[in-house]
Ligand binder design. Sequence first.
Ligand code: GAL
Length: 379
Amino acid sequence: MKLKTLVAGLTGVALAMSMAACSQDRNATGGTSTSGAATTATSTDGGLVGIAMPTKSLERWNNDGAHLVEVLEGMGYTTSLQYADNKVDQQISQIQNMINSDPKVLVIASIDGTALSPVLQTAADKGIKVIAYDRLINDTPNVDYYATFDNYQVGKLQGTYIEEQLDLKNAAGPFNLEPFAGSPDDNNAKFFFSGAWDILSPYVTSGKLVVPSGKAPATNDDWASIGIQAWKSETAQSEMQNRLNSFYTGGKKVNAVLSPNDSLALGIEQALEGAGYTVGTDWPIITGQDADLANVKNMLDGKQSMTVWKDTRSLGDQVAKMVDQIIKGSKVDTNDTETYDNGNKVVPSYLLDPQVVTKDTVESALVGSGFYTADQLGL
Ligand code: GAL
């Protein structure tokens, strides 16, 4: 490498490093931009990477966006990070605006995975590569890679946790279960539900698990019948309140709740408290996902049994690596070329492993890894 180029390169890296160092700390709340606003970070001219995130109102996406910007800047790329406030049309126009700035790669966590076909055609027409981030984008050939945690495994961990905690293999039962599913427009939600229901439905069939509300999908494909739109805590809370008021009279109690993620679990926990359930007496087993701060605190207080932790930093690191490989024309890491058929093609994917965190492992897993500080958790 010529000396002049080397100096320029090193200067660029130094600039990128200094900007990365001052970028949003992952532990800070609130993320790096107001919803809908674009944050464009410039560093050396490795090229522009567009990052489209669904919303800032669900905690994990703030962490995803901030970490992706930090890692990509550190690699010398320019980033444009935008949040669409869970509004599909807003996300489409944000992606179109990014395309107009000629990014090398688009990283998209879609709100509705079936709504992006037209805008991704304009990306493909300009040779822009697309990585679906965490949520698969469907019904289009113009998504090049997918990176996520193993979504079916997330659900399996939740179902297995309930199976083990109730000792369904040996106990006589019956136990009362209330199942919930994620947003009907989120491709992940069917995988979460299937992973859990493949474990639990045999017990529903045998009668060892009873669903007093009657909200037990007949098959995995019926999961959307118990879906909570946009993963809203308040919607899950009112649904749980309705179930408790209608089907849990005369002293009947819920023994377990299948909640696919922490935002729903938070609403369900609030409904249970409102109905007079208390920890240590009649509080049910409750599952979750994402290790959101309020839910981890609830786990420490005994109000949530487990969460499936997906370290967003690991996903961001993997996606940044794939972006770099695409731009440099090298082989792109994937470890699953069979599972994720998006209705048009099987999208080559990289799956990371999720892990169960409980009250007993919060400190070792979440504080030990630096995901949270002890101070944030009141430890
Ligand atoms: C899913 C995501 C989960 C869940 C939900 C709400 O697609 O994989 O982490 O929390 O969205 O953001």
